[in-house]
Design a protein around this ligand. Structure first.
Ligand code: SF4
Length: 391
């Protein structure tokens, strides 16, 4: 089913933004406002802080299956994931030249190495490794993270951004709270009525939102929700309800998501483009706003493989999400060579098996072009779920 009318136009715009490597929307925003635009890599940065300083945070998620890697491969050995190669390629071919800087959060060794390379390749631009604490004691990890944020704010101000003011930060937190709430509502609508919110559409929205000011992304999410709820053509199909996990950083090609849906899966939960949901609930907008940002990271972030979680706890949140969303099976769908995803997978598998939830696993690369094998695997998995759940 392809959307038509206003919904079709909205999705076409989202797809155009998703496909635009040269960040035309960001270039337009800069021409209009004269503000700074700073890129960030998956999966989390404190976008509220950038917004409060008048900076546009621009989410970058590597390449797709249509980006030819000419120079990027020379920077990395063959046995690591693909996203740093495509990111380097985009930097070297000028696609990202509208960005005034880059934030590379501490999620794995690959991103750490990329941050060093970025600084050497683009010495005139801000390039910052955002060190995220793995200790969640407010006096220790909290104090460390607060210092990181203060340093980041000072670095942005030194590049011409507004100095960080508490009132502006409170306002930005409120805007991002609303944005996250709208995304949560779409995710909830999808698990309640997945035929209304196909994942390949939701995915385009959350990708498009990465290159928009938060005020525009909230309007996009609101419009989409209204349009799909009013669409009488969206009717339930006999599909298996699956949760897809492992794709928080390098993203699968859009074609792979569509393939899973066509193979008989309703994806009722996922961890794509996790920055929109990394903080689970509203961040307080009263009191010390920097402390509120720090507190949210310490106590209210998702159970990502990029954060320290005691081994006995690994997989617990995944099982809870399965129960909440009525998931019938789990697809472990991770990028090839992604250490955080693949090292956690055995513990997550153990947890879903203990909860008697069926699962299957496969790997992809952002430039994968052939999905036939995955289609057969996912189709067989969906069929077996339907067969056994009806037995
Ligand atoms: S895909 Fe995995 S290993 Fe590669 S940069 Fe992302 S988190 Fe790191």
């Amino acid at each position: 089913m392809s959307a038509t009318g206003a919904l079709g136009e909205l999705l076409a715009r989202a797809e155009a933004l998703y496909r635009d490597y040269r960040l035309g929307a960001v270039r337009e925003w800069k021409a209009r406002t004269g503000g700074l635009a700073v890129g960030y890599m998956p999966i989390y940065v404190p976008r509220e802080l950038l917004h409060a300083q008048g900076v546009l945070p621009v989410g970058l998620m590597g390449g797709r299956d249509d980006l030819e890697i000419i120079k990027g491969d020379a920077y990395y050995q063959s046995y690591i994931c693909h996203i740093p190669r495509s990111t380097i390629e985009l930097g070297l071919n000028g696609s990202l030249d509208c960005l005034d800087g880059m934030l590379l959060p501490a999620i794995c060794d690959v991103i750490r190495n990329l941050s060093g390379m970025w600084g050497m390749l683009f010495p005139d631009k801000l390039s910052r490794y955002l060190d995220l604490p793995q200790d969640f004691d407010p006096e220790l990890g909290g104090a460390f993270y607060r210092h990181e944020l203060e340093q980041l704010a000072a670095d942005l101000a030194a590049r011409g951004a507004r100095p960080l003011e508490p009132e502006a930060l409170r306002h930005s937190i409120a805007l991002f709270n609303e944005d996250r709430r709208l995304v949560r509502e779409l995710y909830e609508l999808r698990w309640r009525e997945p035929w209304k919110v196909p994942t390949h559409e939701l995915y385009l929205l959350v990708r498009a939102a990465l290159v928009m000011p938060v005020e525009e992304s909230s309007a996009l999410f609101r419009s989409y929700r209204e349009l799909v709820q009013a669409d009488p053509e969206r009717k339930p199909l006999d599909q298996a309800r699956v949760l897809l996990t492992g794709s928080f950083c390098e993203q699968p090609p859009l074609g792979l998501i569509k393939t899973l849906e066509r193979a008989g899966c309703y994806i009722v939960d996922d961890d794509f483009v996790q920055v929109h949901r990394f903080i689970r609930s509203d961040i307080p907008t009263v009191g010390d706003p920097l402390g509120a940002l720090v507190g949210a990271f310490l106590t209210d972030a998702v159970a990502s493989p990029t954060r320290y979680i005691a081994e006995a706890e690994k997989g617990r949140e995944l099982v809870e999400r399965c129960r909440e969303t009525g998931t019938e099976g789990v697809l472990f769908c991770a990028p090839s060579f992604c250490d955080p995803a693949l090292l956690d997978q055995p513990m997550a598998v153990r947890a879903v098996e203990a909860a008697s939830i069926p699962w299957t696993a496969f790997k992809y690369s952002e430039n994968s072009g052939q999905f036939q094998v995955i289609r057969e695997q996912a189709g067989t998995f969906a069929d077996s779920i339907k067969l056994w759940s009806n037995a």
